[in-house]
Write a protein that binds this ligand. Structure first.
Ligand code: PLP
Length: 380
């Protein structure tokens, strides 16, 4: 350990974002990359061309990007209201902050609420790993509660107790995903009632990364909750994971703080241009209906397999666990399953005693089903 590095960082390992790409396999294997919940579809060629023209004619590479993001924020405000059938005047650019992926916004939120020993965060495991990872790198304590193992609802009793009993520092920020990853369940009425009941001293972060698939959003409630913030991303349904674009929606005062915390030119000009093109060409989202049909077909087929427990999904992925629940063998079995799927060409995410499988193209999904059934039959 380098002597000038913070001692608490010594125990962390770096986030390994794409287990698929550090491949030891021969390059000849074309993986079905169903481990990171991206869209299976690239930006269409004519939109890439448009972006290329913009790059050639409008972007001056010697100039800093538009650091105020005004045009992008206006376009996002319009999209958010339109897609939730809300009044177009409900959100303006002052309700929005944009980040280099929603990951950057998560870090800004942590800096703005908990840094310097002022707060802890609360998460219900399993959930998106970046909240805890980013908190730890900032020295922010992470309080964890569990979920009901049948429907993955947050253990609300434990969550409430944690809020009441955590001191030095108290819980300042609660992170929820709607619908959750890796378990794909939307917030339930009980969870919503609990979030609504929380004191305004606590910030509630509602991560809607999969909103376009669930069509279920809490943005309409934002005006009533100065202590709520909704996160969204262009990395999933909008097919722009390569461009690193996320946004936050909240009351003006909270957004102004996030704007203070962020780096001045956090988004490259090229990414801003890509975001604008995506918002101007929302037919991009037409592929969602295919994804939802495919999800229904895959769910149906996987549910027929007696060796699997499969959960309903409100997102573009499916969570499942192999049966039986032989606890000694389970981890080994799961590892084996993931490895065998990988060597047959399908990458999935092994997490929380199960597999999270992204819905891909129809061809990929057929291969997922066939490979999973073959591997399971051989493991029995
Ligand atoms: C994929 C995902 C994101 C997106 O993060 P970006 O940094 O915008 O790519 C955020 N939250 C959750 C829960 C996700 O699954």
């Amino acid at each position: 350990m380098l002597p000038f590095i913070r001692s608490d960082l010594a125990k962390f390992t770096a986030y390994k974002p794409h287990p698929g790409s550090d491949s030891k396999e021969p390059v000849a294997i074309q993986f079905d990359r169903l481990d990171t919940n991206e869209s299976p579809y690239d930006l269409p060629y004519h939109l890439k061309e448009k972006l290329a023209v913009e790059y050639q004619q409008l972007i001056e590479t010697n100039r800093y990007p538009d650091g105020g993001h005004e045009k992008l924020k206006n376009a996002i405000a319009e999209y958010v209201s339109q897609s939730a059938q809300l009044s177009p005047s409900l959100f303006t650019k002052d309700n929005i902050s944009v980040g280099n992926g929603s990951d950057e916004l998560i870090r800004s939120i942590l800096i703005a609420t908990c840094l310097g020993g002022e707060g802890s965060i609360l998460v219900a495991q399993p959930t998106f790993s970046m909240y805890a990872i980013l908190a730890q790198t900032l020295g922010i304590p992470v309080v964890t509660v569990g979920r009901n193992q049948d429907n993955f609802e947050i253990d609300l009793k434990a969550a409430q107790l944690a809020i009441e009993n955590t001191q030095n520092p108290p819980i300042r920020t609660v992170f929820v995903v709607h619908p959750n990853s890796p378990t794909a369940n939307a917030l339930t009425a009980a969870e919503l009632a609990w979030l609504r009941s929380l004191s305004e001293n606590i910030l509630v972060v509602i991560d809607e990364a999969y909103f376009e698939f669930s069509q279920n959003s809490l943005v309409g409630e934002l005006p009533h909750h100065p202590n709520w913030i909704v996160l969204r991303t262009f990395s999933k349904a909008f097919r722009l994971a390569a461009h690193r674009l996320g946004y936050a929606l909240a009351h003006v005062e909270l957004i102004a703080i996030l704007e203070k915390v962020r780096l001045p030119y956090n988004l490259p000009s090229f990414s801003i241009a890509a975001g604008l093109i995506a918002l101007e060409n929302r037919e991009l989202l037409d592929s969602i209906s295919e994804t939802l049909n495919e999800r229904a077909k895959l769910f149906e087929a996987l549910s027929q397999n007696p060796a699997l427990q499969v959960w309903n999904s409100a997102a573009n992925f499916i969570f499942l666990r192999p049966k039986p629940e032989n606890s000694d063998l389970k981890e080994f079995y799961l590892k084996n399953l993931t490895e065998k799927l990988r060597s047959s060409g399908t990458l999935v995410r092994e997490i929380n005693g199960g597999l999270r499988i992204t819905i891909g193209t129809p061809k990929e999904n057929i291969r997922t089903l066939n490979r999973l059934q073959t591997v399971l039959a051989n493991l029995q």
